[in-house]
Design a protein around this ligand. Sequence first.
Ligand code: PA5
Length: 482
Amino acid sequence: MSLQLKTGFTFDYDNLVGENKVTKADVAELGEKIAKAAEAIKVMRETGVIRGHLSKDGTPEKVLFSQLPYVEAGHLNSPESLAHLQELTDSVRNRVDAVVSLGIGGSYLGDKVIFDVQCGEFWNSMSAEERNGLPQIYFSGQNIDPRRTGDIIRQLGRSAKICKSHKKRKMVVSLLVISKSGGTLDTMSNFMVIYEALQKNPDIDVEIVAVTDPNEAKPTLLKKLAMENNWPQYSVPDGVGGRFSIFCDVGLVLAAVCGFDIKAFLDGAKAMDQACQGSDPWENPALLNAVLKYIAAEKYGRDMEVMMPYGDYLKSVSEWYIQLLAESLGKSVDRDGKEVFYGRTPIVAVGTTDMHAQTQQHQEGKLNKIVQFIRVENWDEDYTIPNIFPEVQKLADISGVTMSQALEVARQSNAQALASNNRFNALFSLPKLDAFNLGQLLYMLALSIAYEGELADVDAFNQPGVEAYKRIMGPSLQALKK
Ligand code: PA5
């Protein structure tokens, strides 16, 4: 059983719906709730209003991520904002040697997905020509780890020396500082340490690009610095929370510096949004995903979700999804303040790697998990496993098939084995791994979370739980200085 879109995106729910699984009767029983959720998301699309959603300071706040795929004059993404991003590409190409993207949570995870899918592991070792004149890219700010920060500073220092001896000029490094609130400890501490170190290096010219809340009346401290120092600025608009921000400048600046196809990415998100307008869950993949996972958790106790894409460079999709699911749905109270302790615990996995690590638990551990697979149908690059040791029967047996065939056989075998032991699983299948299909997938997941928030009646767009440790951490940091 599957739902296939015209774009080729497929949601295969064979191992999630049926006898001893979520039944069609379960879905039918939820009919009224589903209709209400569909209506609420329709209202969100049209007006940005989500019932009961309040910002951090307790005032009503619009939810606008569903507008981001629609590039139009006056919209959050407009021809002007895309032209501004093109300026960034033009300004770094053949001029900036390295970009350090600084951010955490929603200001990092989506950027890492784009980097991994577009650039892969060895981007920074490629020649500038192989990178089409685009810079090396490093990430920082996603932790407060002095050793790694030191590693980045030393690595840039090394590259600067090579630049000086080969090209007889200073190396140009651009720090892309991404923070909606403009003052996050992890991001800003790394920024200040790295900025200071690079300024002291006589072989490096350092420049800054700021991505933050654009509000000039109440500027974030990053915005203030950007205005005072004339740094180029990009926006994290009001109404777009960190975990939905890959479709705005937060993700798109990284796309711009690594040559990722922004238009195709947003087109993919738009195609998915258009496919998810209806109120019939069997025709709307985002709604169907939300409904099935909601029932699986509430009725069948499957309140953990293993996100398991098959392919190394998709692991960051799983990491991105962890934040989306955990921060959106992990809520102690519903929108009327009643205790509900809702949410599925997200688990990062990647196939085939974690078949050799986690699968034992998925197959035989507690019956509390859904394994959500992601598959790429057609790989741009493939290798036939050669028969170079014909005398070794076991190796001869695995030769003659392509690596992508072996990967898919491994995934299917895992899915089948899980299903045979009453282990719920499902599959999102992408025709290929490109900007359009990535846009479809990520947008579907974001929208699905919005639907599930409605089904569970929790505010999917706040994160009051992350304020608790911040209230302790701020004074504790200050106490260190006394
Ligand atoms: O979802 C969220 O709001 C958080 O995870 C933030 O993205 C993260 O804390 C970074 O915040 P900021 O962009 O303000 O630096």
